[in-house]
Design a protein around this ligand. Structure first.
Ligand code: XIL
Length: 372
């Protein structure tokens, strides 16, 4: 579809054009809002670096291929990406024994060529599975063999290029009590977790391996349970390195509780990543709602900056045009930091401000754990 090299040279030319004056490259074009932003703003990744914090965005293959502003904003502001869909089972394992890794390869190539760290998402999940897997109902041994083939192939293909994996996504029951009853748990048993982590570790011993989940309860129970689960697995010698908190926000956040949870994970020796940050607003919500959104984003970013265990702050969707929210939550949208033209919104500016002003990043103690 597109080659990383062609893409890369296009970006280089355009970015140079912005720096020395867009007119030199694009004589007849008005600079886009995104291009104006690039001229003005200090990159988020530069503001985050003194805190030893990675700033990421989820990335979609199609957007990367067709939208030049998307590529430019990505490379300007971010140092980390998560592949939003391209590594999920339905995409990479469409039929039994058939792997389709081309689209993921192209995104990872682009990231590697541009020095972006890559989060792999995800190896075991109860959603976005191909129909054949949903129907499979395998016995335990067969299911373990299938998982082995999948993880060896997918993680093995990106060994050394994907720095960390969400090995198991959403393992906790939404109530916060116990494990979610997924097809993998039904086929294998509770040790599907330790088996999946063991296989991922074998396939890439350097990769940092995460449990990832969201918390829809009002009392923090899912994140508490996620940290408990990671602790329990680690006590059993399972190579779990971190927990991912998705943070798809839809209202006020208890930042004190979130900070306590991150700190607790850190005391257990876990790295924390905020893996899928967005904040959905009801359609038609006005400027005041955008400001409340900005305050919520500032709140969670403040936690990540202040807590040494938190090493990555990844936004879900680079711009409202590419957000999952309108599909997943009809009547809601505007959940990302950039509008439909990729112009930064108030939430972007407060995030930059939090990164710029919080603590004394440069002088903060050297953080332990983390990735490569
Ligand atoms: C979403 C993607 O953003 C959409 O494009 C896709 O149609 C559905 O999945 N939690 C997760 C992500 O872990 O994988 C989901 O991503 C959003 C919720």
């Amino acid at each position: 579809m597109w080659s990383a090299t062609a893409l890369l040279s296009g970006v280089a030319v355009t970015l140079a054009g912005v720096t020395v004056g867009a007119a030199a490259v694009l004589p007849d074009d008005e600079p886009s809002p995104a291009a104006l932003h690039l001229e003005r703003a200090t990159p988020l990744r530069e503001l985050a670096a003194p805190h030893d914090l990675r700033i990421g965005a989820s990335v979609q293959h199609t957007a990367l291929a067709v939208d030049e502003d998307y590529r430019r904003v990505l490379l300007h502001d971010f140092d980390t990406i998560t592949l939003e869909n391209e590594l999920k089972w339905a995409e990479v394992h469409p039929r039994p024994g058939v792997f389709a890794l081309d689209r993921a390869e192209e995104v990872v190539d682009f990231a590697t060529a541009n020095g972006l760290r890559v989060r792999g998402h995800t190896l075991v999940w109860h959603q976005q599975n191909p129909p054949w897997l949903e129907r499979a109902r395998l016995g335990r041994d067969q299911a373990i063999e299938l998982l082995r083939t999948h993880i060896e192939t997918v993680v093995g293909s990106f060994r050394g290029r994907v720095a960390e994996w969400d090995v198991v996504n959403e393992p906790i029951d939404p109530s916060g009590r116990g494990l979610r009853d997924t097809l993998w748990r039904q086929m294998i048993g509770d040790d599907y977790l330790s088996i999946a982590f063991g296989l991922a570790h074998e396939a890439d011993p350097e990769a940092r391996l995460f449990l990832n989940d969201y918390d829809a309860t009002s009392d923090g129970a899912v994140f508490d349970a996620l940290i408990d689960l990671a602790d329990e697995l680690r006590r059993g010698g399972v190579p779990v390195h971190g927990v991912g908190f998705q943070l798809h926000l839809d209202g006020p956040v208890d930042v004190d509780r979130l900070a306590r949870q991150v700190a607790r994970a850190g005391r257990s020796g876990l790295t924390v990543a905020f893996t899928e940050v967005d904040d959905r607003l009801a359609d038609g919500a006005g400027a005041a709602a955008a400001l409340r959104q900005a305050r919520r984003i500032a709140g969670v970013a403040g936690v990540c900056v202040a807590e040494p265990a938190c090493r990555a702050f990844v936004l879900w969707g680079l711009g409202d045009a590419y957000s999952w929210v309108p599909n997943a939550f009809p009547g809601y949208g505007a959940a990302t930091l950039f509008d439909h033209q990729l112009e930064p919104k108030p939430a972007y500016h407060v995030l930059a401000e939090v990164l710029r002003t919080s603590g004394d990043g440069a002088a903060s103690p050297v953080r332990s754990g983390g990735g490569r």
